[in-house]
Design a protein around this ligand. Structure first.
Ligand code: RTP
Ligand code: MG
Length: 136
């Protein structure tokens, strides 16, 4: 059954010229792009996007980072799209958790600067897609 997930290429990924690489891996996996936009995130949107982390010690740094430059937001569609993109991304810590062959494992060094976001459940995907692509 087809589903949709929200992917973000975070400011570090855009800055480093990795947008094409992220899109390429999504397409090679067999997933489709349903919507795509380069956007600078407003603080209020960033707060809502990462609301689950509002009491974490890294929340302030996370908001600073995600609003520090443009991101590329992508609605990705396909069979098992949510889990499939999380597989492509790799674990949150690019060195300790993400393995080589994943985006974070291949290109990341620090947990904060881990290149991409992907929705982590059907509920998150629905909430995040409404926030980023209300007209989709
Ligand atoms: P994301 O939401 O961005 O897809 O990442 P994730 O599910 O793999 O990880 P999550 O636990 O949701 O954390 C969200 C983002 O916050 C930053 N973070 N920094 N300094 C730290 O200890 C720390 N922990 C998390 C990362 O950018 C992470 O992707
Ligand atoms: Mg997350």
């Amino acid at each position: 059954m087809s589903e949709r997930t929200l992917v973000l290429v975070k400011p570090d990924g855009v800055q480093r010229g990795l947008v094409g690489e992220v899109i390429s891996r999504i397409e090679r996996k067999g997933l489709k792009l349903a919507a795509l936009e380069l956007r600078t995130v407003e603080r209020s949107v960033a707060e809502e996007h990462y609301a689950e982390h509002k009491d974490k010690p890294f929340f302030g740094d996370l908001l600073e980072f995600i609003t520090s430059g443009p991101v590329v937001a992508i609605a990705v569609e396909g069979v098992r799209a949510i889990a499939a993109f999380r597989q492509l991304a790799g674990g949150t810590d690019p060195v300790e958790k993400a393995t080589p062959g994943t985006l974070r494992g291949d290109y990341g060094l620090e947990t904060q600067f881990n290149l991409v976001h992907g929705s982590d459940s059907p509920e998150s995907a629905e909430r995040e897609l409404k926030l980023w692509f209300p007209d989709l």
